[in-house]
Ligand binder design. Structure first.
Ligand SMILES: *[C@@H]1O[C@H](CO)[C@@H](O)[C@H](O)[C@H]1NC(C)=O
Ligand SMILES: *[C@@H]1O[C@H](CO)[C@@H](O)[C@H](O)[C@H]1NC(C)=O
Ligand SMILES: *[C@@H]1O[C@H](CO)[C@@H](O)[C@H](O)[C@H]1NC(C)=O
Ligand SMILES: *[C@@H]1O[C@H](CO)[C@@H](O)[C@H](O)[C@H]1NC(C)=O
Ligand SMILES: *[C@@H]1O[C@H](CO)[C@@H](O)[C@H](O)[C@H]1NC(C)=O
Ligand SMILES: *[C@@H]1O[C@H](CO)[C@@H](O)[C@H](O)[C@H]1NC(C)=O
Ligand SMILES: *[C@@H]1O[C@H](CO)[C@@H](O)[C@H](O)[C@H]1NC(C)=O
Ligand SMILES: *[C@@H]1O[C@H](CO)[C@@H](O)[C@H](O)[C@H]1NC(C)=O
Ligand SMILES: *[C@@H]1O[C@H](CO)[C@@H](O)[C@H](O)[C@H]1NC(C)=O
Ligand SMILES: *[C@@H]1O[C@H](CO)[C@@H](O)[C@H](O)[C@H]1NC(C)=O
Ligand SMILES: *[C@@H]1O[C@H](CO)[C@@H](O)[C@H](O)[C@H]1NC(C)=O
Ligand SMILES: *[C@@H]1O[C@H](CO)[C@@H](O)[C@H](O)[C@H]1NC(C)=O
Length: 396
């Protein structure tokens, strides 16, 4: 696995991780995908903790080919990490980030400090290491929940919901939907409701003994199959600048800034982690064409999945990115994905390809969504909005 260009180790890594198992379903309105987060379950906490251990083995272990140069291995240096998580509702995503960090930097008695008076203070729980996490609430900024209250995204959904792709899938799913109806406890069994059907089944099958004992497992596989098909259409688009790709389009700025900053000698951050739900994975794998060589990654990523953008430097001094993916707890290793057919890509090339699709700020988001009121959009001057005023020469 070790090759000349990476044997010196990585410079840094940008991670997107999916939250762990939750205690209840995530109801998403089929016409808007608006929703409220649930709570992390004990199982979910364990999944994230294991993901943290996996990442620790991969990136903090000096014997690993992916060891990050100069990173603290046991006692965290909080300046080396940048962690951000979508917050709100029951905080399943934010709490997932905490559980992951517990596996990444487990409690260590050496994290004790000596006070001015000579007394030693050890953190609770045998040296628990507290890593700051920047939490982003729904009302603060749209970056991590960019599909919600986005008018153009709703338009995209209504086009899909009345379009030919979903008509065909409705026909293909009809026998499944009929067979599964008795188990849905009155939930609408339309294919358009496929996310909610799958999520209901998955949560019940995980947490409800009666359901688990009575539900035919082949129907669970079919539910996942059709939900994968459904979500794969919802969170992709025909072009990388399309509104269906919005979950990754609002993440690109931070991803590219983090990678760019890692190339500077003054930079301290070596791991930049954003904890998210399943949507950005689907958009990312579509916009990078990773799904062309790996068609099995076009669906929903399992709980506690992770995608890594690893930054290294070639012998010629070029900054290179490799993309790796692990599909949840049941997948025990990273798979290298391809960017537009290549095993890696230079940072400059990646930036140039995705540049035009980046949504850099709230005002960009308002324009890209045709939202002039909600989510902080009312403060902006829309006489420059290219959608509202297509003849405006200033653009944005
Ligand atoms: C969408 O969900 C958020 C909470 O996640 C809530 O604050 C907001 O009011 C909802 N919007 C609509 C239009 O229902
Ligand atoms: C089920 O959902 C579909 C799509 O949203 C809707 O057209 C239909 O009226 C709903 N059925 C019931 C019984 O509510
Ligand atoms: C558990 O599953 C059974 C059988 O489907 C159902 O009747 C019951 O309402 C479920 N319990 C909960 C708490 O959802
Ligand atoms: C470093 O990050 C900041 C935002 O946090 C960004 O403005 C700047 O362009 C980044 N630097 C590089 C070299 O990418
Ligand atoms: C990306 O998504 C669009 C729309 O769903 C689809 O037509 C296209 O084939 C996908 N591209 C890849 C590379 O999977
Ligand atoms: C996709 O499926 C192939 C063949 O089953 C497997 O070798 C590969 O590891 C899978 N890729 C991912 C990312 O799971
Ligand atoms: C992850 O694995 C599940 C099966 O556990 C599969 O249905 C799904 O398509 C996979 N998702 C990705 C993004 O590979
Ligand atoms: C991405 O994949 C699509 C097929 O879905 C193909 O038409 C397109 O040429 C590919 N783009 C690149 C840059 O490889
Ligand atoms: C980039 O990919 C090529 C193969 O496509 C490989 O030979 C090379 O080692 C990779 N470079 C890095 C830095 O991963
Ligand atoms: C975000 O910034 C990049 C780089 O400056 C630019 O190319 C892109 O057009 C901007 N996106 C929007 C929506 O303004
Ligand atoms: C954008 O929203 C405005 C109202 O805020 C509406 O007049 C206009 O038609 C919308 N544009 C599109 C393309 O939907
Ligand atoms: C909004 O922008 C336009 C065009 O740049 C400018 O003429 C106008 O004065 C601005 N309005 C306000 C309230 O700032």
């Amino acid at each position: 696995m070790v090759n000349a260009s990476t044997s010196a180790g990585l410079i840094g890594v940008v991670l997107l991780a999916r939250h762990g198992d939750r205690t209840s379903t995530l109801y998403q309105d089929p016409a808007t995908y608006n929703s409220t987060q649930g709570y992390l379950s004990a199982l979910g906490a364990q999944q994230e903790y294991e993901l943290g251990q996996f990442l620790r083995n991969t990136y903090l272990n000096p014997g690993s080919p992916s060891y990050i140069q100069g990173i603290n291995t046991d006692i965290v240096d909080v300046d080396q990490l940048y962690v951000r998580a979508d917050a709100g509702g029951g905080n399943v995503i934010l709490d997932s980030a905490y559980a992951l960090l517990q596996g990444l930097y487990p409690p260590n008695p050496s994290s004790a400090i000596t006070l001015a008076n000579g007394k030693v203070a050890t953190p609770p729980l045998g040296g628990y290491q507290y890593v700051p996490v920047e939490s982003l609430e729904f009302w603060q900024a749209p970056a991590l929940t960019s599909w919600m209250e986005c008018e153009y995204f709703d338009l995209h959904l209504s086009r899909l919901n009345s379009g030919v792709v979903f008509k065909d899938l409705t026909a293909a799913a009809a026998p499944f939907l009929e067979a599964v109806t008795p188990y849905l406890n009155g939930l609408n069994n339309s294919f358009l409701n496929m996310w909610n059907i799958y999520d209901y089944i998955n949560v019940q099958y995980t947490h409800n003994k009666t359901f688990y004992e009575n539900f035919p497992v082949t129907l669970l596989e079919q539910a996942r199959y059709f939900a994968n098909q459904h979500e794969q259409n919802v969170f992709t688009d025909s072009v990388i600048t399309g509104v269906g790709q919005i979950p990754i389009r609002t993440l690109w700025p931070e991803i590219l800034w983090s990678l760019g900053n890692m190339t500077e000698s003054s930079n301290k951050v070596k791991i930049a982690l954003t904890e998210v739900d399943y949507k950005p994975f689907i958009s990312l794998f579509n916009v990078t064409n990773a799904t062309v060589s790996n068609p099995n990654i076009s669906g929903i990523a399992d709980y506690a999945s992770v995608v890594a953008l690893e930054l290294s430097q070639t012998a010629q001094g070029q900054y290179n990115i490799a993309m790796k993916f692990k599909n949840g707890t049941n997948d025990n290793q990273f798979h290298t994905l391809k960017f537009w057919g290549s095993d890696n890509i230079t940072l400059d090339h990646l930036m140039s390809i995705v540049d035009a699709s980046r949504i850099n700020s709230t005002v960009n988001w308002c324009f890209s969504c045709n939202q002039t009121v909600l989510r902080g959009c009312s403060v902006f001057n829309y006489s420059n909005d290219p959608f509202l005023n297509p003849t405006s020469s200033t653009g944005y």
